[in-house]
Design a protein around this ligand. Structure first.
Ligand SMILES: NC(=O)c1ccc[n+]([C@@H]2O[C@H](COP(=O)([O-])OP(=O)(O)OC[C@H]3O[C@@H](n4cnc5c(N)ncnc54)[C@H](OP(=O)(O)O)[C@@H]3O)[C@@H](O)[C@H]2O)c1
Length: 182
């Protein structure tokens, strides 16, 4: 069974975690809150296809240990979807390093907020050769004269589209014109 990892997979990316299960992946999901994790497991068609990984991703050492352990148990990660708050600066690199220790190519879908400079982020991150790095930028929706932020369902669907279509860079909604954001 292929192994996927979703960081922040109990929140707005819940539908991504569940979709990956439906696609036959074993999915490791990182979060901290038991209730959110139980709610995700309760929605899954197969509870056993999800490994909850309870860790604060801002704690590099703990994150490394938990990643090692889930990779040992569930096999090399072929696909990683990461929604990581910017205060945990080194988490993406820690994840990349740990996942790359395994053999073979893997894909990283990095989900980023509307106000992030995605080119600068790509320049700064040290991406290992074995990693195919993809970016998904969250935008907003312009409807007639109104604008609104994306719903969790739209965010997850945008991430699923990126995975299905192998997009290098994908904007969910729009970030232009920026002055029209909600
Ligand atoms: N358009 C945009 O640019 C944009 C950007 C960002 C967010 N948003 C909106 O804002 C809402 C709130 O954002 P949010 O980030 O709170 O989304 P969220 O996806 O609902 O929650 C964050 C996810 O990351 C996990 N997480 C957070 N900090 C963690 C840590 N230190 N260690 C491990 N796991 C951690 C959370 O699990 P635990 O709670 O269990 O730790 C949860 O799974 C979203 O629902 C979205 O609609 C919009």
């Amino acid at each position: 069974m292929s192994h996927a990892l979703v960081i922040g997979g109990t929140g707005m990316l819940s539908n991504v975690s569940l979709w990956l299960v439906s696609q036959g992946y074993h999915v490791s999901v990182i979060g901290r809150n038991l209730q959110r994790m139980e709610s995700l497991l309760g929605r899954s068609t197969d509870k056993h296809a999800i490994t909850p990984v309870f860790v604060d991703y801002s704690d590099d050492n703990q994150l490394k240990e938990e990643l090692k352990s889930t990779i040992e148990k569930n096999g090399p990660c072929e696909l990683v979807v990461a929604w990581v708050h910017s205060y945990a600066e080194s988490a993406i690199e820690t994840i990349s390093q740990e996942v790359s220790i395994q053999n073979g190519e893997w894909r990283l879908f990095h989900v980023l907020g509307s106000n992030k400079d995605i080119n600068e982020i790509k320049r700064k991150i040290n991406i290992p050769e074995s990693c195919k790095y993809r970016q998904i930028q969250l935008g907003f929706i312009l409807e007639n004269d109104h604008s609104r932020w994306l719903t969790n369902e739209e965010i997850s669907q945008g991430v699923i589209d990126s995975i299905q279509n192998e997009r290098l860079i994908h904007t969910v909604g729009t970030i232009e014109p920026w002055e029209k954001r909600p």
